[in-house]
Design a protein around this ligand. Structure first.
Ligand code: GDP
Ligand code: MG
Length: 748
């Protein structure tokens, strides 16, 4: 028989004044008192006697018979118990109610079975309680329902006498007992009816007495009312019989004791093995056959017995399977509570930690969560199985799945919180790692492969997450599957990658814009600087006619601008494609680039035509025309020279630049460049965020109410007028100076 570990129910009794209690239970424990009350201390007693942890390794014997037939005396001799016996002098009832004691007999070696519990039952012929047969019936039923072996104690001279041998009572007990077995007759174990014939004189052989008794019992069995379906059942289907005769205790004390000693040896473990038993005399066969055992674990026996007694007392329909189920429910619940204590000790602090982390908004990662959860879960089920699996199978299974539900709900919550913390911090780490790598790349000179960074960080992040998820996987739990979480994680990584790619696009756009600005600064600046040279790049100006370089200034500006932007577009596209930007994203990026570049050009133009700058250019332009002859040789003014004529022509020529500069207009078409067509319509996929930082452009953004013509105004009319006045003054100054130098040269 398996034995249960001593950790279970009532373990706390073990240390409480064991010696004192032992004394208090010297005569055993009164299971049921004379008022039919069940003693709540039965389990305390069984604990003191170390029976509670025995699992199935215990046996229950009860005695049945008329009062003062030496029942208690027999039990005391057989089992070394100290049940009260009637003194020779007083002749009155001593055993009240039902007592129980553990076998105290020191049987040499291991001859007797371990943990034999003996129940001494108040005599059963009504006389001990007047006419109250209720108690004797109930106690007899109790004895029959709970015991593996029922010792039927009977005087030799009672054999054959219906009333004297308590046959009436036996009949009732059998009847009710049969009702117990109706529900599920297959699972109810047989009992052994152990007839002990007292004061056997020896004149009538035991065999004859035995036959008489069997005949009586068969008659009795045929007379009892049987439940439907069991009409044809035989008494042997439910009981085995054994018969023993004992000599007169008072007249033949030595023989009595010798016989009792021999008898005691039969209370040992039996096997259902005919070969083993075959070698033995009938009088030596062991009595505790496995099929008699009620299969109630010892720790559940007190509750079981109490339940049986409760039903008997309240005259309920005795129903042993139901009793077993009730008991199983009670004990399984109790065991579940007990095994959860150790589980709580391990798991509750982790739950608290998570709650606290959640409160302060910190991602909660518990190291070793997986091993702790697995160990706690395995232990709780193992403990439950060890202690509860002995009970009614159906109930056990139901309670096990209840327990699984409780345990797994909590572990699931723990796992999910940990997984979502791992998810959150994994995403953060990923995003930070990408940003850091990009920054490092920028620091090293800007050559970094964004797509490769994202790809390798994503791989790392996924591997880490998978590792985290695996580390908290619960073995043997179908719910513990992180596939779904992994998919969510992958999805969010992709989303974050997309966002990071957008940021990278912006960075790229900023870099390209900067490049455009630098390029335009230089090349447009150069074009405007050319204005400073009145002779332009293509030979001497014809008087009154603008030099070619001046006339097609805007064509060149436009060409430079579009060339620059188109090579910027190519750079942008190449780079963006290298990190898997979508065609839409590239399209939006290019559109933005063109708009922003136009803004850059406009700013550059504004800078060039700023008052001081443009005035200087005009003056240089004028001076070039005025001070140099058509061959590019500086003029030395003489008083005879037509200074005024040259001055006027040069001045008028430069003045024509002002309206030319005032409007961005192509020479070929003498209309504004096709900026609107060149920038193009906003792509369909453009988002409000993409337009956030874009300055409006006349002719493109209608709601600005500004036309393309207006967009192309470089100098307003009033600015032109103002510039003209200033320029003339400057030119006048140059003229006066020239005049002066001519006169000065003459006088010298
Ligand atoms: P119980 O009421 O059945 O438990 O009987 P007890 O054990 O209290 O014994 C009742 C009386 O019978 C006592 O006075 C015993 O001494 C006496 N007694 C015990 N055993 C025997 C026996 O084997 N034969 C006879 N004749 N008397 C016995
Ligand atoms: Mg007695």
């Amino acid at each position: 028989h398996p034995t249960a570990p001593g950790m279970m129910m009532n373990a706390h009794f073990a240390n409480v004044g064991e010696d004192a209690s032992k004394e208090a239970y010297e005569h055993g424990v009164q299971v049921v008192d004379e008022d039919k009350a069940f003693n709540p201390n039965v389990s305390k007693y069984l604990n003191i006697e170390h029976v509670i942890p025995a699992g199935f390794n215990y046996h229950l014997i009860a005695v049945f018979g008329s009062q003062s037939t030496g029942k208690s005396t027999l039990l005391n001799y057989l089992f070394g118990t100290q049940f009260g016996v009637m003194s020779e002098q007083e002749r009155r009832q001593t055993t009240k109610g039902i007592w129980m004691s553990k076998n105290k007999r020191e049987a040499g070696g291991s001859a007797m079975a371990e943990n034999i519990l003996v129940m001494d039952v108040e005599g059963t012929d009504g006389r001990e309680r007047g006419e109250d047969q209720d108690f004797e019936r109930k106690s007899a039923l109790f004895a029959l329902a709970t015991s593996e072996v029922l010792i039927v104690n009977i005087w030799e001279h009672q054999v054959g006498l219906y009333q004297g041998a308590n046959m009436g009572l036996l009949k009732t007990v059998f009847e009710v007992n049969l009702q117990l077995f109706v529900k599920d007759s297959r699972t109810i174990p047989k009992s052994l009816l152990f007839f002990v014939i007292r004061d056997h004189l020896g004149t009538t052989p035991l065999k004859n007495l035995q036959n008489t008794l069997i005949q009586d019992l068969s008659k009795l069995w045929s007379a009892i009312s049987k439940p439907a379906g069991l009409e044809n059942s035989r008494i042997e289907d439910y009981f085995d019989f054994t018969f023993v005769a004992l000599p007169h205790k008072i007249l033949q004390p030595e023989k009595f004791e010798e016989a009792v000693n021999k008898l005691s040896l039969r209370f040992r473990e039996g096997y259902n093995d005919p070969k083993k038993s075959g070698l033995l005399e009938e009088a030596e066969l062991p009595v505790f056959l496995p099929q008699y055992h009620r299969r109630i674990p010892a720790d559940g026996f007190p509750a079981y017995a109490e339940g049986i007694w409760d039903q008997i007392v309240h005259n309920k329909d005795l129903d042993l399977p139901t009793q077993q189920e009730l008991l199983a429910q009670f004990r399984c619940d109790e065991i579940a509570r007990e095994v959860l204590v150790a589980f709580d000790e391990k798991i509750t602090p982790l739950e608290d930690k998570q709650a606290e982390d959640a409160r302060i908004g910190q991602p909660s990662i518990i190291p070793d969560l997986g091993p702790i959860m697995n160990a706690a879960r395995a232990l709780v089920f193992k403990d439950f199985d060890t202690n509860a699996s002995r009970y009614h199978k159906g109930v056990y299974k139901r309670k096990l799945s209840e327990l699984e539900g409780k345990v797994d709900t909590r572990l699931k919550a723990l796992s999910q919180k940990q997984i979502s913390a791992a998810h959150k911090s994994g995403i953060d780490d990923f995003s930070n790692a990408v940003s850091t790598a990009v920054k490092l790349g920028q620091k090293k000179g800007g050559s970094y492969d964004f797509a490769q960074i994202v790809d390798s960080e994503k791989k790392k992040a996924l591997a880490k997450f998978e590792e985290d998820a695996n580390s908290i996987a619960i073995q043997g739990a179908s719910w513990s599957d992180a596939t779904h979480q992994l998919a969510l994680y992958r999805k969010e990584l992709d989303e974050v990658s997309g966002r990071l790619r957008k940021e990278e696009m912006r960075r790229l756009a900023t870099r390209i814009e900067r490049w455009v600005r630098t390029r335009l600064d230089e090349s447009i600046g150069l074009e405007f600087n050319k204005l400073g040279s009145g002779r332009g790049g293509s030979g001497a100006p014809e008087h009154g006619e603008k030099p070619a370089t001046e006339k097609d200034l805007w064509d060149r500006v436009w060409a430079i601008f579009t060339d620059t932007v188109s090579s910027a577009e190519k750079r942008f596209t190449d780079r963006a494609q290298s990190f898997d930007a979508s065609p839409d994203e590239v399209e939006v990026g290019l559109w933005r680039l063109r708009r922003k570049s136009w803004g850059v050009l406009r700013a550059k133009l504004d800078e060039e035509v700023m008052e001081g700058n443009i005035l200087l250019k005009l003056r240089e332009n004028f001076e070039d025309k005025f001070r140099y002859d058509e061959h590019g040789v500086p003029r030395i003014w003489r008083p005879t020279d037509d200074i005024e004529g040259v001055y006027t022509r040069a001045r008028e020529s430069t003045i024509t630049l002002i309206p030319l500069l005032a409007r961005f207009k192509l020479a070929k078409t003498s209309s504004p460049p096709p900026l609107d067509a060149w920038i193009g319509d906003a792509p369909a996929s453009v988002s409000p965020a993409d337009e956030d930082d874009l300055a409006p452009i006349g002719g493109l953004d209608d709601d600005e109410g500004k036309t393309l013509e207006e967009e192309m105004v470089v100098l307003s009319d009033s600015k032109q007028a103002d510039l003209l006045v200033r320029f003339k003054k400057t030119a006048d100054g140059v003229y006066v100076e020239a005049k002066r130098s001519a006169i000065g040269g003459m006088t010298q």
